[in-house]
Design a protein around this ligand. Sequence first.
Ligand code: ATP
Ligand code: MG
Length: 233
Amino acid sequence: MDNTPEKTLLKLEDINKTYTGVQPVYALKHVNLTVRKGEFLAIVGPSGSGKSTMMNVLGLLDSPTSGKLYYINQETSKWNERQKAAFRNREIGFIFQAHLLLPEFTALENVLMPAYISRKMKKSHENRAKDILTNIGLADKFFSKPAQLSGGQNQRVAIARALMNNPSVVFADEPTGALDQKTSAEIYNLFRKINSEEEMTFIIVTHERDLAHKADRIIEIVDGRIIRDEFHS
Ligand SMILES: Nc1ncnc2c1ncn2[C@@H]1O[C@H](COP(=O)(O)OP(=O)(O)OP(=O)(O)O)[C@@H](O)[C@H]1O
Ligand SMILES: [Mg+2]
């Protein structure tokens, strides 16, 4: 395994995440993980085991209770909200069910949103957005709004949006959960294609066994701990 620092994208060091409440929940316990650029990683584990919590921490959406998160050798705990937001917009693509599409906007406009936000809209962005939507099987839906699309089609729009800014890493939490087997396999193949062509890193939470087994690396989380970390080639 190539562990040279310049190949390291992110690193978790002894991460703990506790949700406080009447009864504290120890959602992540002493998690250590190094992810290299260009990896295609699947995260599996039972419901409630801490997968989404880990994605939120990795995606700088939630802070760990203790431990350190590094991106490209920079420790992130000192970053303020603005710095985190800028980093997310530039470097991270999210495919989370909670990140809904904006209902007032068409599929094409939703995909273009990251470019609007970074205030660098160009004609080339529109072409890229159309290419991605076409690749994902939505060539005839550019101008449809979320209410006019099926659940699976909206999920595909969210996928296209995540890929739009050409991020370093894509975090996907059950990205194909609402899709049939055929569409889900197609989307998975698209991820693999982008992963190899653009060296984009993918970290995907999935319950679908066959999808997980097509990843280069599988991490299993049980009760807040990584209990398995396997590389395939
Ligand atoms: N905001 C929160 N406040 C309190 N507890 C939370 C919060 N979010 C998650 N938890 C708890 O933390 C634990 C881990 O939850 P998490 O959402 O990470 O699980 P998961 O592995 O993603 O599960 P699933 O496969 O069902 O999506 C669970 O016990 C959950 O109830
Ligand atoms: Mg979850």
